[in-house]
Design a protein around this ligand. Structure first.
Ligand SMILES: NC(=O)c1ccc[n+]([C@@H]2O[C@H](COP(=O)([O-])OP(=O)(O)OC[C@H]3O[C@@H](n4cnc5c(N)ncnc54)[C@H](OP(=O)(O)O)[C@@H]3O)[C@@H](O)[C@H]2O)c1
Length: 368
């Protein structure tokens, strides 16, 4: 049976649903399953599953549980190839066979060596018809953290910056400068909510005193870990970050040692201290990303400032760039943007432009 436009619609819905738990599933990807029955009248979704917070249970078993007996004979739309390895629970591919799923439509193949192709094989050996690769690039976009982790062994890195119309990102000595409007700001907070960790440099903290929280109504608990690159522990104890360290994690990446007085003060204030290696420009970034991967973080959002953004770009450690360009100008004394739509580093391709109120958003992806 060929892939129909209905299959694509269902897969698009499944991928949209997968965004709900992005940033909350640890080292597991946020995957969804929709079980759809077509008994001759109109097709009906009889079961929905999404990877649970923390990474277990998986989407397939949740959807089967919801569908109950109606799962038998249904089509399963899965955003990732069902798992094939035995852990503490049997593989999801076996669960789909056991519960009588008739057909599986999948978006992405799992690059995990224990699964890749094996999940599909279990399904086909069990008599299930399989269609793979449906809306694969949309699912890969949503699952970029997991896929980058598996393929490159480090988290996926998005660089996000707001630029004035004259290519500036701030103004020294002026604190936070409003560059974009409420629509862009709300979308940026969704990006925070779906990331595992936000990184900023100590320069931004000293200049802007940001809290880096997700402030969308009802989503305040989606604030990710916030990490400051701060070799010399200049982070003020009275900063918004330190004051909120007991509410949402604050990680201080430093080269200072635990016998340092400020180290102890920050630690007592609730900050998580992270010992780092040093490079010419500051904290050594590849090693930092290695350590973050080891802690289970798979999506990193770099929110600046200028020096940190440049360091990530120079180290070729940025996978996706989101630029918001506001209508106002900051003037010649402003902080020059390290990157702008007329000055993109090689290897990045424009993948989308959007309008949010008076702002324009440009998104770029590194070619793989
Ligand atoms: N519009 C936007 O989207 C946006 C976002 C954020 C910030 N900003 C603006 O950016 C400006 C601040 O930028 P900035 O360049 O002064 O500061 P920054 O990039 O936030 O921080 C730079 C500092 O971070 C530390 N650092 C540690 N490891 C580093 C590494 N590997 N690479 C680079 N820095 C490292 C260094 O201090 P140590 O040597 O002491 O460790 C360095 O001086 C402010 O005006 C702020 O308003 C704008």
């Amino acid at each position: 049976m060929a892939v129909s436009s209905f299959d694509k619609r269902m897969m698009a819905a499944a991928i949209r649903y997968s965004y709900r738990n992005l940033g909350r599933t640890g080292t597991n990807p946020s995957v969804t399953t929709l079980l759809v029955r077509d008994d001759g009248e109109v097709p009906v979704i009889v079961g929905r599953g999404i990877t649970a917070i923390g990474g277990r249970p998986h989407a397939e078993t949740e959807a089967i549980l919801e569908a109950g007996d109606l799962a038998r004979g249904a089509t399963a739309y899965v955003t990732l190839e069902p798992c094939a390895h035995h852990g503490s629970t049997p593989p999801c591919a076996e669960a789909l066979v056991r519960d009588g799923i008739r057909r599986v439509v999948a978006a992405t193949t799992d690059p995990d060596g224990r699964v890749s192709g094996q999940g599909y094989k279990i399904l086909e050996d069990g008599g299930i018809e399989v269609e793979a690769g449906v809306l694969a690039s949309d699912a890969e976009y949503a699952m970029a953290g997991y896929l980058t982790q598996r393929e490159l062994g480090r988290p996926h890195v998005t660089l996000k910056m707001a630029l004035s119309n004259d290519g500036k990102i701030g103004s020294r000595g002026s604190g936070q400068v409003a560059i974009t409007g409420p629509e862009s700001n709300a979308v940026s907070h969704v990006l925070r909510a779906t990331s595992d960790v936000i990184i900023v440099g100590i320069g931004t903290v000293l200049e802007d005193d940001p809290s880096l929280t997700c402030r969308l109504p009802g989503m305040e608990d989606r604030t990710p870990a916030r990490l400051v690159l701060d070799r010399n522990l200049r982070l003020p104890l009275q900063s918004a970050l330190v004051r909120s360290a007991h509410d949402h994690p604050v990680i201080v990446a430093t080269t200072r040692l635990p016998d340092d007085g400020k180290y102890q003060q920050l630690s007592e204030a609730g900050c998580l201290m992270m010992a780092c290696e040093e490079s010419d420009t500051g904290i050594a970034l590849p090693e930092l990303l290695d350590d973050l991967a080891g802690r289970g973080y798979s999506t990193v959002l770099v929110e600046g400032g200028a020096a940190v953004a440049r360091a990530f770009l120079d180290a070729h450690l940025v996978d996706r760039i989101r630029l918001y360009v506001g209508p106002g100008e900051i003037g010649k004394d402003g902080v020059e943007a390290p990157v702008d739509p007329d000055n993109m580093p090689s290897g990045f391709e424009l993948t989308g432009t959007e309008i949010y109120g008076a702002d324009r958003r440009f998104e770029y992806e590194r070619s793989r």
